[in-house]
Design a binder for this molecule. Structure first.
Ligand code: NAI
Length: 464
């Protein structure tokens, strides 16, 4: 068996990025993956396929609602679901094959199969045991069951996000349990395709942790698009029926018991670390009380030579957070100073409009007693957004009241997921709102709304 410097378990965004970076830094590297294709949840059954369906269904929405307003006359296209699924599969294949190409280019060995760690420095894949100086666990996460409820996912009628990306037909009705990122992205897809979607959320509002003003506006816009919401409701049971399923839930304010009959139920109440089959117990790797692998600041587990990154450790379950950790641990193993700035990790919801945020929210600042100023700008004042029927939403920039240093930004609006990065860069450089306000922004772009919010932290926005 080959002696490796590093073996990485899992080829999702954390694992494959780590593998490529390790190889680039001169380490002899292998990556273990048991799926038929590389890329993990993100590329196979997560980010990429859901974004393909969001893109296709958004084009349909544009044809149905905005084409005629622009003088584009004709029947809106009808949906051929099986061809849409083919398009989605092509998008997955192009991306997973891309990683395979990158592995070959960088001389990363793909060890095919499911890995376990019989001892520090050893990785077992099938009948073979490989030696490695360092082992990095990047085994990701899986859908979590609905807490305290009797719900069995069968991936046909009661589906996780994985099943929701492969439904045999577009359902007439759908209940989404959980008003978080997955529920709203996939709920949007099916609403646009004509499904009557009801989101049932335990809390009183959607997207917990999001800036409250953004979350409120977001829910309002999604309602306008046709999604229905039942908030403050705890799902207790889902029962299969002859033609679908019945969702049982109780309103939290008065315990009133309710039911909803639907064709399909999407369970989207969070994900949990995937550590099954790795042999962590026998190896003596410590877990947190939430079942995550416990690591120190350098991603070291309690066992010498074994490290962990991505969804299996604490922190937001985001592909790009895992990627950053993948690069950081590679640099650490190569003797460099790998580092992730957890204060500047953007979060994006790829609905239409998109929702993006970075740094602290107004609520977090108030809770911490930090004196802040807020610069706000509506996309109604942005020429490009108005021309493109994309003027719903706003930018909210949060800066320190005394120093003007940018502490956070929350955007709901067109291309929010791309716009947020100028604030990420600004925050990495410790910029003040004035720095952003004094930076020339091309006209006409959506980005001008970011600058206007920064101007609003000072003497005022121009187009407000
Ligand atoms: P989530 O944690 O974002 O949302 C789950 C929601 O379910 C919460 O609002 C919670 O209050 C609610 N809930 C829990 N129990 C309930 C019950 N019994 N009845 C009704 N509602 C209940 O989880 P989600 O959407 O499943 O996403 C999982 C992870 O995947 C997240 O960490 C998310 O950040 C990540 N992800 C990120 C994406 C992105 O960055 N665009 C896309 C998809 C997933």
């Amino acid at each position: 068996m080959a002696q490796y410097d590093v073996i990485i378990i899992g080829s999702g965004p954390g694992g494959y990025v780590c593998a490529i970076r390790c190889a680039q830094l001169g380490l002899k590297t292998a990556c273990v993956e048991g799926r038929d294709t590389l890329g993990g949840t993100c590329l196979n059954v997560g980010c990429i396929p859901s974004k393909a369906l969001l893109h296709a269904s958004h084009q349909l929405h544009e044809a149905q609602h905005n084409f005629a307003r622009m003088g584009l006359i004709g029947d809106a296209p009808s949906v051929d679901w099986s061809r849409m699924l083919d398009y989605k599969r092509d998008a997955i294949e192009a991306n997973t094959k891309g990683i395979e190409f990158l592995f070959k280019k960088n001389k990363v060995d793909w060890l095919k199969g499911w890995a376990s760690i019989p001892a520090a420095g050893k990785v077992r894949v099938g009948d073979e045991t490989h030696d490695a100086k360092h082992v990095v666990i990047a085994s990701g996460s899986e859908s979590a069951p609905v807490p305290g409820a009797d719900v069995t996912v069968d991936e046909e009628v009661v589906v996780s996000s994985t099943g929701a990306l492969e439904l045999s037909e577009i359902p007439r009705t759908m209940a989404v349990i959980g008003g978080g990122v997955i529920g709203l992205e996939l709920g949007s897809v099916y609403t646009r395709l004509g499904t009557d979607v009801t989101v049932i959320e335990y809390l009183d509002g959607i997207t917990p942790g999001q800036d409250a003003e953004v979350a409120k506006q977001f829910q309002k816009l999604l309602k306008k698009q046709g999604l229905s919401f039942v908030t403050g409701a705890a799902v207790s049971k889902v029962e299969r029926t002859d033609d679908g399923a019945t969702v049982h839930y109780a309103m939290r304010k008065d315990d009133a018991a309710k039911t909803l009959d639907v064709d399909v139920v999407l369970v989207a109440t969070g994900r949990r670390p995937n550590t099954d089959g790795l042999g962590l117990d026998a190896l003596g790797v410590s877990l947190t009380n939430r079942g995550q692998i416990a690591v120190d600041d350098h991603y070291k587990t309690s066992v010498e030579g074994v490290y962990a990154i991505g969804d299996v450790i604490e922190g937001p379950m985001l592909a790009h957070k895992a990627e950053d950790e993948g690069m950081a641990i590679a640099e650490i193993l190569a003797g460099q100073a790998g580092h992730v700035n957890y204060g500047v990790i953007p979060g994006v919801i790829y609905t239409h409009p998109e929702v993006a945020s970075v740094g602290i929210t107004q609520e977090q600042a108030e809770e911490a007693g930090t004196k802040i100023k807020i610069g706000k700008f509506s996309f109604m004042g942005n020429g490009r957004a108005k021309a493109n029927f994309a003027a719903d939403g706003f930018v909210k920039l949060i800066a320190d009241a005394e120093t003007d240093r940018i502490l956070g930004c929350h955007v709901i609006g067109p291309m929010a997921g791309d716009l947020i990065h100028e604030v990420c860069v600004a925050m990495e450089f410790g910029a003040a709102a004035e720095d952003l306000a004094r930076t020339c922004h091309a006209h006409p772009t959506y980005s001008e709304a970011m600058r206007e919010a920064a101007l609003d932290c000072g003497d005022g926005a121009i187009h407000a």
